[in-house]
Design a protein around this ligand. Structure first.
Ligand SMILES: NC(=O)c1ccc[n+]([C@@H]2O[C@H](COP(=O)([O-])OP(=O)(O)OC[C@H]3O[C@@H](n4cnc5c(N)ncnc54)[C@H](O)[C@@H]3O)[C@@H](O)[C@H]2O)c1
Ligand SMILES: C[C@@H](O)[C@H](N)C(=O)O
Length: 343
């Protein structure tokens, strides 16, 4: 089968590998669509993310969906011809965190496109059937692939305990921030203020249903939130930019008793946070890591039209032009690039 390997930073090589056979509990999936994530781009540019270093040729891509072409002998409920979205992390199922149901925190998870685990820029992927979710006829594999970033957004929305009528500040209008805006609305948020530093992304966020937007490069976030909430502060800040100044401001702009939820990963190891403010305002200050138990809900939200993931896609290109697709995905106004695999 045809695959694309990252062999060194900035270099993709198109190669042939043997087509895998599904293990008894696996399905073999002919990959149809794979979204390009910021982490894929980071590995492409730098060959590493923190301690995860690409030492051997690595297949990138973890936002994927395709068609089942074969099933292992122990698989029930899926059959050839079914279209599925693939949840990219398969946890060990045995550790304390897995047993507690927090399988996204499993230290031994096999996560696609994270060294040394290969991803989905390949004609076929053999994957644990428990982590393959059937797509209804009305949900395309193009949308199904985006169950992955949507899952990041759903998990964050749950971690922030967003409820009916809440006011939410979403910082960062990249794919994650855009989908967080969708997810908090689906959860009942009453108003959503979105910040970014790129004007075109804020325009997209507004078209995408943000109640208001603020360009943090030109306006004070504190003033914008004060105006948005009549001086009260937002019920929740969901941080999806990874930009240090945003985290520094978060404790100021959230209301007393509110929540600051961090999704964004910063390039800085340390960021000054006003810890006394966390105590004094009795804030919930939380992180959100990947996702758990979100795929069924992601598929259901797509089926009901309760969220729209298509709007974040800027372009679609075949895997034969993967280098061009990655270079385009790095342009500052691009939110999401989509890659097609197969015919
Ligand atoms: N916790 C997780 O499980 C998880 C999963 C996926 C992504 N992430 C992280 O979440 C963040 C968002 O992911 P993404 O793919 O949307 O990234 P992205 O880089 O595409 O988007 C980040 C956005 O933040 C904007 N931004 C930069 N500085 C800003 C500022 N001062 N104020 C407001 N906005 C600012 C950028 O213009 C960009 O639009 C990244 O840090 C990523 O590493 C975390
Ligand atoms: C969750 C996923 O989208 C993220 N890029 C990660 O590798 O953790």
């Amino acid at each position: 089968m045809h695959v694309v390997e990252l062999t060194e930073p900035g270099v993709f090589e198109h190669r042939e590998r043997p087509r895998p056979d599904p293990a008894p509990d696996e399905v073999l999936v002919a990959v149809k669509h794979v979204g390009i994530c910021g982490s894929d781009v980071h590995y492409y540019e730098h060959g590493r993310i923190g301690d995860y270093v690409v030492e051997d040729p690595l297949i990138l891509g973890h936002e994927s969906a395709g068609e089942v072409v074969d099933v292992g002998s122990a698989v029930n409920g899926l059959e050839p011809g079914d279209e599925v979205a693939l949840e990219p992390g398969v946890p060990c199922g045995e550790c304390a965190r897995c047993r507690a149901g927090e399988y996204n925190l499993c230290p031994d998870v096999e996560f696609m496109a994270t060294p040394p685990d290969d991803g989905a820029f390949a004609e076929y992927v053999a994957w644990d059937a428990d982590f393959a979710y059937r797509l209804p006829e009305t949900v395309s594999t193009r949308a199904g692939a985006l169950c992955e970033p949507l899952s990041v957004a759903l998990h964050a929305t749950r971690r922030a305990e967003i409820g009916l009528g809440d006011s939410v500040l979403v910082t960062g209008a990249g794919p994650i921030g855009m989908l967080v805006s969708e997810a908090v609305r689906a959860a009942g948020a009453g108003s959503v203020l979105v910040s970014d530093v790129v004007e075109s992304k804020l325009e997209r966020a507004e078209a995408y249903g943000a109640t208001a937007t603020v360009n943090a490069a030109e306006e004070s976030l504190e003033d914008a939130v004060a105006e948005f909430t009549d001086g009260e502060g937002v019920d929740a800040v969901i941080e999806a930019s990874g930009a240090p100044p945003v985290l520094e401001a978060a404790t100021d702009v959230v209301r007393r008793g509110g929540t600051v939820l961090c999704i964004g990963l910063s390039a800085e190891d340390e960021i000054p946070i006003e810890t006394n403010e966390i105590v004094d305002k009795e804030l919930d200050f939380r992180g959100s890591f990947r996702f758990r138990n979100t795929y069924d809900d992601a598929v259901s939200l797509l089926e009901r039209g309760a969220v729209d993931v298509e709007k974040i896609i800027d372009f679609e290109m075949p895997m034969s032009r993967l280098t061009e697709a990655f270079e385009r995905a790095m342009e500052p106004d691009v939110v999401k690039g989509m890659v097609t695999v197969g015919e």
